[in-house]
Design a protein around this ligand. Structure first.
Ligand code: C5P
Length: 226
């Protein structure tokens, strides 16, 4: 018995994680954070001091990798991520990992292995997966596809607020906007499975909408799907 799949794609900082976790909780679906998987591999590559451009070495590393995703107890918390048994839930969110992840995620060997795992996690359905290529590539037959975006200015503003909430005093919103734009460009222009709205995805532009409003929109779309 195949349960439905929801695919949530979109650029960095559009609020995908927050909204996806809430929809998951409300619909009783498993939350799959695919970005966390690319981040964990990036962390491992950096930890092993392998140069980002050494695709052969990274290809060898990925063949041996053990990746565990453990659902959090609350939708307020991120999925617990273990790579080769080590808890990297916090470590994968540093600016260093964030600045390198797009270069790792562009590599064929990395994508091949992580997409294989994602398909395996979603094989029985009942999943809401968040990423860049979920609707186009990982789950092209998903029952509902959402493309979640916001203007760069709005995304930078939200990131700034998040960082301030975490206790960071001086945040340069201009620099954040540039970093967000750079990552979007890298993710949109790569050769394999670039960030792109699937033809049958519904676009939600979240400027001016609350988390609750976006969550509810997706839930309404889910119940009204064909
Ligand atoms: O969503 P998050 O910001 O955690 O994603 C981190 C990075 O992982 C993205 O910028 C992108 O390079 C990569 N990614 C990807 N495909 C996905 C999910 C994430 O290439 N499905």
């Amino acid at each position: 018995q195949h349960q439905p799949i929801i695919a949530i794609d979109g650029p960095a900082g559009a609020g995908k994680s927050t909204v996806t976790r809430r929809v998951a909780e409300q619909l009783g679906l498993l939350y799959l954070d695919t970005g966390a998987m690319y981040r964990a591999v990036t962390w491992l590559v950096m930890q092993a001091k392998i140069p980002i451009e050494d695709q052969a070495k990274i290809g060898d590393l990925i063949k041996e990798v053990q990746l565990d995703l453990i659902p959090a107890d609350s939708p307020e918390l991120p999925t617990k991520v273990l790579i080769n048994g080590q808890d990297v839930t916090q470590a994968i969110r540093t600016p260093e990992v964030t600045s390198q992840v797009s270069a790792i995620a562009a590599q064929a060997a990395v994508r091949q292995e992580l997409v294989r795992l994602q398909k395996y996690f979603g094989a029985r359905g009942g999943v809401i997966a968040e990423g860049r290529d979920i609707g186009t590539n990982v789950f092209p037959d998903a029952e509902l596809k959402i493309f979640l975006t916001a203007t760069v200015a709005e995304r930078a503003r939200r990131r700034t607020q998040d960082l301030k909430n975490l206790g960071h005093q001086s945040v340069d919103i201009e620099q954040l906007a540039q970093e967000i734009q750079k990552r979007d460009e890298q993710d949109s222009n790569r050769v394999i499975a670039p960030l792109k709205k699937a033809d049958d995805a519904i676009e939600i532009i979240t400027d001016g909408l609350t988390i609750e409003q976006v969550t509810q929109q997706i839930i309404d779309l889910y119940w009204r799907r064909k």
